[in-house]
Design a protein around this ligand. Structure first.
Ligand code: FES
Length: 279
């Protein structure tokens, strides 16, 4: 059942951290449950975000993973500043606030019947993962699935259990993992994501590519996809880093007259190309 503070959209729902998992040296997953109902504070579709508040430090917008049947929300948060640094210090049992969901989310319905190519770098796998899990939960609705993911080093790869075990067991699914530089003990691919993408050279026919990662990776991945023959209508990305207040109030997400928080953050490339080139 959907639960939210619809009458008071800025008032967070209080949640308790029920588990914390260290994904990498600077990324932790936080699993939270509604304190009052002991369940999920609200349902949230793939690609949408939620505001997490940690009193008195502040609040921040993070992508969130939830699937039908889950009684918790999961946030994978990278330690990049004051708020995220403080969040990395908390322990199980800590109370936080959450509000949301925000954003349009991935077009999971539009993509039905398509082959899916997910391309991620670093913490960019977090939002993609919610869509990937959705595809696996609704496996018959999607064609072949390719997941291409890269990070600086083995230690920096997020969600290793899924990458190296769980997703490999899924039907018609290939997982391609790469790290930037060679390192002892790593027998997998070495090199940057855009170059690996060209090596894999996935079929373009009836395929949708979904891209999320550092801006420099996205830039070169988009170029590689174009070179391989993907049209702008076949490429989706998310500008979720622009999401601040999430409700059209702070004015920090504008691209031209567009409010990313209200109209995005997920866009097809042909939609993005109609905006001023500030993304
Ligand atoms: S994020 Fe504040 S106006 Fe869009």
């Amino acid at each position: 059942m959907h639960k939210c503070n619809c009458e008071q959209p800025l008032v967070p729902i209080m949640v308790e951290v029920i588990d914390i998992k260290e994904e990498t040296p600077d990324v932790k997953s936080f699993f939270v449950k509604n304190i009052d109902s002991n369940g999920v504070p609200f349902n949230i579709e793939p690609g949408k975000l939620a505001m997490v508040s940690h009193v008195p430090v502040g609040e921040g917008m993070f992508s969130c993973t939830w699937q039908e049947g889950d009684e918790y929300l999961q946030f994978a948060i990278k330690n990049v500043g004051l708020l995220t640094g403080e969040l990395h210090q908390i322990e199980v049992g800590q109370k936080l606030g959450v509000r949301g969901p925000y954003g349009n989310g991935f077009p999971v319905q539009d993509c039905k019947g398509k082959n899916m190519l997910f391309i991620g770098g670093g913490i960019g796998l977090a939002p993609l993962r919610s869509f990937i899990k959705y595809c696996f939960k609704n496996r018959a609705d999607y064609g072949k699935i390719d997941i291409l993911y890269g990070s600086r080093s083995y230690a920096d790869l997020c969600f290793k259990e899924e990458l190296f075990e769980l997703w490999l067991q899924e039907k018609d699914t290939r997982v391609h993992v790469t790290i930037d530089n060679p390192e002892e003990g790593w027998g997998g691919h070495v090199g940057f994501v855009p170059a690996y993408l060209e090596e894999i050279n996935p079929a373009t026919e009836n395929t949708i590519a979904v891209v999320c990662g550092p801006p420099i990776m996205i830039k070169f991945v988009l170029q590689a996809l174009e070179k391989m023959g993907f049209s702008d209508e076949q490429v989706i990305t998310t500008l979720e880093m622009r999401m601040k207040c999430g409700i059209g109030k702070c004015g920090r997400c504008n691209i031209g007259s567009e409010y990313v928080c209200l109209d995005g953050p997920v866009y097809y490339l042909n939609q993005l190309k109609q905006l001023p080139p500030e993304w």
